[in-house]
Design a protein around this ligand. Structure first.
Ligand code: NAD
Length: 502
């Protein structure tokens, strides 16, 4: 393996610095297995420095008028626009997704920054009447303090923006611990925030692994908010560690999302939606369609069309315009995905296509897995219950909508769902009955827009939502304020209660 040419650093208090230990790790190009850059492998000492910088910066940042904080986000959005092509190209190398999707990832960050810039002039609270005369009541949102943001690699620019843009406009400061697979993109992200005018200490980055840098951030007593996106099991660990300080914990975890295809669906459209949702980003989206629940009347035809589409997909590096499916993130992911192929076969599911790593030609150097379709899957099989996070989808035959909804809901996750039907009654029943935070009608399971709440029910999260106005709840405390201008003591619930005469 070639030695990485670039060296990245932590960003603390506006300075680029190495880890206190001097240890490093490498970011790897998943399409070739080559090293892209070297980054500091940080530990508790580095987290301590970053949190101290963020705490100090909070005292001034919280007093910057919110519209001014918003203007900085707007400048950041403009810089992202200028750098969109360069960032997309870098993402296709460091994370592996194809260029069009990488551009979409950056666009999400632009959209979120523009949206949250506008919040700088809203951040609405409420004014209400008082139950007492000459008294004024209102509630306002106030920042919480230092936010610890821990992010995954699959949306390496979008997800940091989903967290940092609302955190910053609300007046918090941030320590970001990005995924160890995509540190170069995280560094570029923060560099652009600094260029946009975010003052030193307001955003800090500590690179490294979850068990040391990540966990130190979650455990730090001066970090009252943790916003985390990643695996369910990591989310549980984060919750337990954060519990010692009763922190605000915001979790965006896994999914096992289903597309329902009814007998009246436009099948060609459904196949397009399945291909995009199951194999886009090589299946490595929290909203990926890893289950397809199909009415038996169209089951055979759908299988044929889907297999033909999957087999027509071209694997290759993300930066090659001809590529449909890029690599998965690392060698461990290939092994995990392939392990699930074995599980599916042992469980008696029928492997229709794929089911193996792709190694022809140059693919052999990288981490490629063929688009994989299983048929005759029982909803209780592990391949229909567990998140595989790769280009594998499972076809489940059903007889009617009730059975389809039962199968769709019969999992621990609740992120996204979809139904293809031309029947408005069925569509509305699905919108009501599918137990997910997001439901699409006649579209796949992916495609969220930044001004709507994003997140899931059940074990996909802990009841919070990212994006839209809902995101503000994670990053603010409500304060209720009562102003009494009567000049006398007025006791609520006592002085204004008229008692019936005895
Ligand atoms: P992961 O849980 O392995 O890692 C996520 C982040 O947590 C990384 O930065 C990692 O270093 C850190 N981490 C690991 N152990 C930690 C610990 N003990 N304490 C603190 N931090 C720790 O997940 P991943 O492989 O990066 O991402 C894939 C997962 O993310 C999938 O389950 C996917 O569904 C989920 N995801 C969810 C959403 C959503 O919005 N619901 C979006 C994208 C990805």
């Amino acid at each position: 393996m070639a030695v990485a040419e670039r060296t990245g650093r932590n960003f603390i208090g506006g300075e680029w610095v190495d880890a206190a230990s001097g240890e490093t790790f490498e970011s790897i190009v998943p399409a070739t297995g080559e090293a892209l850059a070297t980054f500091p492998r940080s530990g508790p000492e580095d987290v301590e420095r970053a949190v101290a910088a963020a705490r100090e910066a909070f005292e001034t940042w919280r007093l910057v008028p919110a519209p001014k904080r918003g203007e900085i986000l707007l400048r950041f959005a403009r810089l992202l626009e200028d750098e969109k092509d360069e960032l997309a190209e870098l993402m296709s190398r460091e994370m592996g997704k194809v260029l069009a999707e990488a551009g979409g990832d950056v666009q999400e960050a632009i959209d979120m920054s523009v949206y949250m810039a506008g919040e700088g002039r809203r951040l609405f609270g409420h004014t209400t009447p008082s139950e007492l005369p000459d008294k004024f009541n209102m509630s306002v949102r106030l920042p919480v303090g230092v936010v610890g943001a821990i992010t995954p690699w699959n949306f390496p620019i979008a997800i940091p923006a989903w967290k940092l843009a609302p955190a910053l406009v609300c007046g918090n400061t941030v320590v970001l611990k990005p995924a160890e697979d995509t540190p170069l993109l995280a560094s570029r992200f923060v560099e652009l925030l600094a260029d946009a005018g975010v003052p030193p200490g307001v955003v800090n980055v500590v690179h490294g692994f979850g068990e040391d840098a990540g966990e130190a951030l979650v455990a730090h007593p001066d970090v009252p908010v943790i916003t985390f996106t990643g695996h369910r099991t990591t989310g549980i660990r984060v919750t337990k560690v954060a519990a010692d300080h009763l922190k605000h914990v915001h979790l965006e975890l896994g999914g096992k999302n289903a597309i329902i295809v009814m007998d009246d669906a436009d099948l060609d459209l459904a196949v397009e939606g399945i291909v995009w949702s199951a194999f886009g980003t090589t299946g490595q989206r929290c909203t990926a369609a890893s289950r397809v629940i199909v009415h038996r009347a169209v089951y055979d035809e759908l299988q044929r069309k889907l297999v033909a589409a999957a087999e027509g997909m071209r694997l290759g590096p993300g930066w090659d315009e001809a590529t449909d499916v890029g690599p998965v993130i690392n060698r461990g992911a290939v092994e995990k995905i392939h392990g699930y192929t074995g599980v599916g076969q042992d469980e008696g599911a029928k492997l229709l296509t794929g089911g193996e790593p792709a190694t022809e030609g140059d693919l052999e150097k990288g981490f490629f897995y063929r688009p994989t379709v299983f048929a005759d899957v029982d909803p209780q099989m592990r391949i229909a219950q567990e998140e595989i996070f790769g280009p594998t989808t499972a076809l489940i035959p059903v007889d009617d909508l009730d059975e389809a909804v039962r199968a769709a809901n019969g999992i621990r996750y609740g992120l996204s769902s979809s139904i293809f039907t031309r029947d408005v009654n069925r569509a509305f029943r699905a919108m009501r009955d599918l137990q997910t935070g997001i439901t699409y009608v006649n579209a796949g399971t992916t495609g969220a827009e930044v001004h709507l709440p994003f997140g899931g029910t059940k074990e996909t999260g802990n009841g919070h939502r990212e994006a839209g106005q809902a995101a503000l709840d994670v990053f603010t405390e409500w304060k209720s304020i009562y102003v009494d201008y009567s000049g006398k003591l007025q006791r609520a619930q006592i002085d204004n209660v008229e008692r019936p005469a005895p």
